[in-house]
Design a protein around this ligand. Structure first.
Ligand code: IMP
Ligand code: MG
Length: 185
């Protein structure tokens, strides 16, 4: 694995993002809505830098299956959300790749009566967007490589790394081979 962003660089990015968010908070109550599971580390670090009465909730989204590194069919679960009427919502996800996850979630949150919905992502992969919407706040632009750590996983693993690393092709292939060997007993 090759380190792309150290934990110090990530911390500086979160600090920058929290200042941008705090600077644009209005009079309405704010609810931060994290996207499980990739945003857990980011949400934990971000909310501790926000001021004022902030609420936190979670939704779940998944577009990957097993050892694939390209998105499949999008699945959403929003049943943990409270009533959003009158709230300013900040949707927080780990990465903006094709953008389909964020686009679908923003639609859902608006349909649920939120007064204003903005979006924040830690990372945006260059040259991958397939939608016209843009996140309101972006921590870092990264090249089109598969990254893990700081909440992001490959086949369910590596979310716990305190830094962001690029998973090399050999490592992806090795994980797939191990997974197949396990599946075939
Ligand atoms: P999108 O709908 O294509 O924008 O995909 C967003 C989701 O795909 C993110 O929330 C991540 O869970 C996942 N994803 C995209 N790229 C990566 C990556 O490089 N590493 C790990 N997960 C990724
Ligand atoms: Mg995710």
């Amino acid at each position: 694995m090759r380190v792309l962003l150290t934990s110090e660089q990530l911390a500086a990015g979160i600090e920058r993002l929290s200042r941008q968010v705090s600077g644009s908070v209005g009079d309405r109550p704010l609810i931060v809505v994290g996207v499980l599971t990739g945003s857990i580390v980011l949400v934990a670090d971000l909310i501790r830098r926000l001021e004022g009465p902030v609420q936190v909730s979670m939704v779940w989204a998944s577009s990957y299956r097993g050892t694939a590194t390209r998105p499949g069919e999008l699945e959403l679960r929003l049943d943990l959300l409270p009533d959003l009427s009158g709230y300013d919502v900040l949707l927080v996800d780990d990465i903006f790749d094709t953008g389909h996850t964020l686009e679908a979630l923003l639609d859902e949150l608006r349909r649920r009566g939120a007064a204003c919905v903005r979006s924040l992502v830690l990372l945006r992969k260059q040259g991958r967007a397939e939608v016209t919407i843009e996140p309101d706040y972006v921590g870092f632009e990264i090249p089109d490589e598969f990254v893990v750590g700081y909440g992001l996983d490959f086949d369910g693993v590596w979310r716990h790394l305190p830094y962001l690393a690029v998973l090399e092709e050999e490592e992806i292939a090795a994980t797939r081979a191990a997974r197949n060997a396990h599946a075939n007993g």
